[in-house]
Design a protein around this ligand. Structure first.
Ligand SMILES: *Cc1c(COP(=O)(O)O)cnc(C)c1O
Length: 412
């Protein structure tokens, strides 16, 4: 990096807009549905609503609920909507955060302080989680000096018996995902809930990528296993509005079974020259725009709107599932939501990934096991056929390449 002095004189917006459009030319073509990662494209109408709401409250600050009762009300309503969707009991509580990592770090902080207060735990704490949980838990562990014990999965799912064997008297939390990001599969949360209750340990369900799709997929008639506060052993749940809630980036939610548990998340700091500072989460300044956009999108879609969007997502997944199976791929587990991973016996997934990338598809790939990965949004239903056509061509190239190499080897 080099020092880059600010221009001496400022430029007009028109010129800046043109320059930014120019910069964006090298970006992935997400508006055409070419990403299976980073973007949740629910269409133009949703985009207009969130952008307008974000712009309307871009200056307001969620740090000051007394100054901005509007933002405070929008947050309360959004949190209430999430609690209701996730079967929270009366007295449950939550907060908005800046993202899934933030929500997870906050849940771990609350669980740690709760364990110290209620179980007398001190230092040398650990969290027991399946290998598939998001690295946000490692970040929380790094920050709070907590060991993260990653336990191998069984059939791609958390293995409650193996997790139980890893629990000791310093285990402050166990974790399951609904679903996990690598495979899009919902861990056996009921069994983990039973384990948590029996051992009297906090269970966090990471529904960052599932919290705002799974309830609607269930309403659409899919038989999903229970994964939320309906299970008595679940203490906290994270759910990202900026994923399948289709809100603008910078919006997530974290929920707790009781207000008392949520109170352990609060930072009560001071003294400093302004006296005492109380914040519900790590953030000081909180973007009013992200809260407003989340509120506006949830109100714009409503239950019917979300059900429709999520039906399109699961339709796209089913199309891709059928298509890749026909091409000889094996789907990892039995995904029911918007994420799918698949692997091919004869074709190296990372070679396929490179071919697809060359054709303009920007997706994730798994390295263990090697597999292609897609996180689908409504837009993908329009391009599923195009994806499969490109995948077929890429597969032929990779298999053809493999044959050529083998022929070359035998020719020697
Ligand atoms: C996306 C995701 C996270 C992290 O969320 P960010 O908003 O990217 O910080 C955590 N857990 C799961 C399962 C996720 O899919």
């Amino acid at each position: 990096m080099t020092n880059n002095a600010l221009p001496k004189t400022g430029q007009a917006w028109d010129a800046l807009e043109a320059r930014m459009r120019e910069m964006a030319k090298g970006d992935v073509k997400w508006r055409d549905g070419r990403t299976g990662l980073y973007i949740f494209n629910a269409g133009e109408d949703v985009a207009r609503v969130k952008q307008a709401a974000y712009a309307m409250f871009s200056e307001e600050n969620g740090l000051g609920p007394a100054a901005f009762p509007s933002i405070a009300q929008m947050e309360r309503e959004v949190v209430g909507f999430g609690l209701d969707l996730l079967n929270a009991p009366a007295g449950a509580a939550g907060a908005m955060t800046s993202g899934g990592t933030d929500s997870i770090v906050m849940a771990v902080k609350a669980a740690r302080d709760h364990a110290r207060a209620k179980r007398g735990l001190g230092k040398g704490l650990n969290i027991v989680a399946p290998t598939t949980v998001h690295p946000a838990f490692d970040k929380a562990g790094m920050m709070m000096d907590i060991e993260i014990r990653r336990i191998p999965v069984k059939n791609f799912l958390a293995d409650p018996a193996a997790m139980e064997a890893a629990i000791d008297s310093n285990t402050l939390m166990i974790v399951g995902s609904a679903p996990c990001f690598p495979f899009g599969l919902i861990d056996p949360i009921e069994a983990l809930g039973e384990l948590a209750e029996r051992k009297k340990i906090w269970l966090h369900v990471d529904a960052c990528v599932g919290g705002y799709i799974a309830p609607f997929v269930r309403m659409n008639g899919v038989d999903l296993p229970p994964f939320d506060f309906a299970i008595a052993g679940v203490s906290s749940v994270s759910g990202d509005l900026h994923k399948y809630g289709y809100a603008s980036k910078g919006a997530s939610t974290v929920f707790f079974r009781t207000q008392e548990m949520r109170d352990f998340m609060t930072f009560d700091a001071g003294p400093w020259p302004l006296g005492r500072m109380l914040t519900p989460t790590l953030a000081g300044t909180r973007p009013g725009g992200a809260i407003a956009a989340a509120w506006a999108v949830t109100q714009f879609l409503g239950v019917e709107g979300y059900r429709e969007k999520q039906r399109v997502v699961t339709d796209a997944r089913a199309k891709i599932e059928a298509g890749v199976t026909k091409l000889g791929f094996r789907v990892l587990g039995a995904p029911q939501l918007g994420i799918i991973s698949f692997t091919h016996e004869k074709a190296d997934a990372l070679a396929l990934y490179a071919k697809m990338h060359h054709r303009g598809w920007f997706t994730a790939a798994l390295v263990d096991p090697k597999a292609l990965h897609l996180m689908l949004s409504p837009k993908h239903n329009d391009v599923a056929h195009e994806y499969l056509t490109d995948l077929e061509a890429s597969l032929a190239e990779v298999l053809g390449g493999a044959t050529e190499q083998m022929t070359a080897r035998y020719a020697h």
